[in-house]
Design a binder for this molecule. Structure first.
Ligand code: AMP
Ligand code: FE
Ligand code: FE
Ligand code: ZN
Length: 275
């Protein structure tokens, strides 16, 4: 009998808001026994590029991916791009723009914190982001390290959560624009963790915008939700994907290894690419 192979198509590195370096992600996934992984950092493909050769050496199949930040009627929403061409000029220039915008936004949040008597050194925050995609998790980390909060969650509740005083919205695009960018770069567009949006209307709107697939397996999805999204995918002829959305231990436990998606899913993705 052939041993079943598994994949995890949604992992973050420290090039965005994960903790592990891209190499550590490859090594840990290898130790967990995965046959393939997707490194899907927020608004950056630096991590993927860094370990293209390394993964080959290890014997790990690496799926190039990215997680784009979108907005639809005031809500944050994430769209994953799989098998995007890493040298696509349109996508590259968009990602550069998104990085610059993240820097300015983080600066604004640090300024707002200063006005509230919370003094963070911006260069320290930048250092925490390791020249990757700077975000609220890095500000939360700085708040924690400077002793302004007792834990990561408190940073969001008191300072940088959606309805907290130092929050500044991110530079985001419409789902349709993200899908277009991904398609232009020859990739497949997949709606990330649909249960977090809790809106059928929103999901249907994104599907109408030309979505290729939905993320079915995710640590936040209940067994009932997994069934529901599998059924939705069947009825709309969408691909299905899944992953741990591991950020290292930043949000608590290390999730790598928690979600094991059958390799068959990847075969379906590749088949859709060929068409
Ligand atoms: P950003 O992309 O900079 O807006 O940061 C979003 C990141 O912060 C995501 O990875 C979220 O998981 C994390 N995050 C957002 N809200 C909270 C919260 N209330 N508690 C913990 N983490 C959060
Ligand atoms: Fe994240
Ligand atoms: Fe996400
Ligand atoms: Zn993610």
């Amino acid at each position: 009998m052939i041993k079943e192979q598994f994949v995890d198509l949604h992992i973050h590195t420290n090039r965005s808001d994960g903790i592990f370096t891209p190499k550590e992600v490859v090594d840990r996934a290898w130790e967990e026994g995965f046959a393939a992984i997707g490194i899907a950092d927020h608004d950056t493909i630096k991590g993927v590029k860094e370990v293209l050769d390394y993964a080959v050496g290890v014997g790990m199949e690496l799926v190039p991916a990215v997680e784009l930040s979108c907005e639809y009627s005031g809500f944050d929403l994430h769209i994953l791009g799989y098998y995007i061409k890493l040298d696509d000029p349109g996508l590259s220039s968009f990602l550069e723009r998104a990085q610059r915008a993240r820097l300015i936004r983080a600066q604004k949040m640090v300024e707002r914190l200063t006005r509230q008597g919370v003094k963070l050194d911006f260069s320290k925050v930048k250092e925490l982001a390791q020249s990757g995609a700077l975000g609220r998790p890095h500000i939360a980390q700085a708040l924690l390290e400077e002793g302004y909060v007792a834990n990561y969650d408190e940073a969001f509740v008191r300072f940088i959560g959606y309805h907290s005083p130092a929050y500044v919205a991110k530079f985001r695009i419409l789902p349709a624009e993200a899908i277009e960018l991904i398609h232009q770069a020859s990739g497949l567009a997949v709606l990330a963790h649909p249960s977090s949006y809790n809106s059928e209307e929103l999901i249907n709107e994104v599907i109408r915008s030309g979505l290729d697939g939905i993320e079915v397996w995710h640590p936040n999805h209940s067994p009932q939700e997994v069934e529901m999204y599998l059924e939705l995918a069947r009825s709309k002829n969408l691909l299905v994907t899944g992953g741990s959305d591991c950020h290292g231990g930043r949000k608590g436990r290390v999730l790598l290894g928690r979600v094991k998606v059958p390799y068959e899913v990847l075969i379906q993705l590749k088949a859709r690419l060929k068409r």
